[in-house]
Design a protein around this ligand. Structure first.
Ligand SMILES: [Zn+2]
Length: 381
């Protein structure tokens, strides 16, 4: 397949199984992407990521642009060489961090000004500057600069964020030139279905205009602005219609979502890709996903429990260590505790999406979803 080709391998209801080609290999959906904020998935080596079955690793443009700087990453030969991970990679635009981390964000017609969380220095990003940074970092997939509205937010505010994100999408697509990197547009619009659908139409208009003058199209689409504090039910009121309004021939990526049950349900609505810090962040705090629901490994009930973390799991942690030992590591704040729980939690989500893909390939996604929702793992959703 040619670079950035997307093949639909199978469908089951609204769920899809895709194969997507990048310069660093193919990936297969449905798929979860581990997050390597500072060009490292905390505590996990690149070889371990590959062994776990990670297909795409995400890095954060905001953090890398501040430390060590995109130019340093470029001088190393790009992010793959810098971190010695040679599978497909994706960078977010950093827009989410700009709007969620910074106290003082100033929007202008041209771009966004903010203070670095590292040293307080003033930074000004235009869409063109953001594209230049992501091209220097050099992941296989870049994301457009966008404005994610908080929740709850006034409808007018959300509508303005959609308009601004469209203007930035047009400029990002025009400024993006790296031949071995593709650009995803991002749908915004909060919980308002009409604004979401307007956002989809806007992105499709932008790529039609671009292609009419020999320019590029989007390689796929992010769905941003969900999982920002609303309930699961509120999200699922609109998510499926939004996902299916996007072109059928390219990936749909629900950004920043890592709850296992949300993933299983969203695949059933036609979503293909996910990322989230949840599996590794909660692991470092001592929490494990399991086939019987979430487990807090600090709990005293595990002190003399010499059984595996999760009997149903085949990961390194579950096949080599006991609950009592893991509790001991976590209680003592030993590095290995966070590492072993991260390995397990990542395995859990990667394996879940692998099984979801198998179910789509067998044309049995409805049964897979129903079995999941009836399982104890879904109970702490
Ligand atoms: Zn495990």
């Amino acid at each position: 397949m040619a670079l950035f080709d997307c093949k639909v391998d199978a469908r089951s209801g609204h769920a899809r199984a895709l194969t997507y080609t990048t310069a660093h290999g193919d990936f297969h959906t449905p798929m979860f992407m581990p997050v390597g904020t500072h060009a490292t998935v905390k505590g996990i080596t690149p070889d371990q990521l590959t062994a776990l079955g990670a297909q795409v690793v995400l890095a954060n443009t905001y953090h890398l642009a501040m430390r060590p700087g995109a130019e340093v990453v470029a001088e190393a030969g790009g992010v793959h060489a810098f971190m010695n991970y040679h599978g497909p990679m994706l960078t977010d635009s950093g827009g989410f961090q700009v709007f969620s981390l910074a106290d003082t964000v100033k929007l202008s017609a041209d771009g966004v000004e903010f203070r670095s969380i590292y040293d307080g220095s003033r930074v000004f990003w235009t869409p063109e500057k953001n594209m230049a940074i992501q091209q220097l970092i050099g992941a296989d997939i870049a994301m457009q600069l966008d404005q994610c509205a908080p929740y709850p937010a006034e409808r007018d505010f959300v509508a303005q964020a959609v308009v601004r994100s469209h203007k930035w999408a047009r400029r990002c697509l025009a400024a993006h030139t790296k031949p071995d990197q593709t650009l995803f547009g991002i749908v915004q619009g909060g919980m308002h279905l009409d604004l979401r659908l307007e956002s989809v139409r806007g992105l499709l208009d932008i790529e039609r205009e671009s292609q009419a003058v020999g320019g590029r199209r989007f390689g796929g689409f992010g769905i941003g602005g969900y999982s920002v504090g609303e309930s699961h039910e509120v999200m699922f009121e609109t998510l499926g219609q939004v996902a299916r309004a996007l072109p059928d021939d390219r990936p749909r990526y629900l950004m920043g979502v890592g709850n296992p049950t949300t993933l299983v349900r969203a695949v059933g609505e036609g979503v293909d890709m996910f990322d989230c810090v949840l599996p590794t962040r909660t692991a470092r705090m001592g929490t494990a996903f399991s086939s019987t629901g979430r487990m807090n490994m600090r709990n005293a009930k595990f002190a003399r429990d010499f059984t595996p973390l999760d009997h149903a799991c085949t990961c390194y942690t579950c096949t080599h260590f006991t609950r009592a030992y893991l509790r001991h590591l976590v209680k003592q704040d030993e590095m290995l505790g966070g590492i072993l729980l991260s390995l397990h939690n990542l395995h859990y989500l990667l394996d879940l999406m692998r099984r979801a893909r198998e179910a789509v390939l067998e044309g049995a996604y409805d049964a897979f979803l129903a079995a999941w929702m009836a399982s104890p793992a879904a109970r702490d959703y």
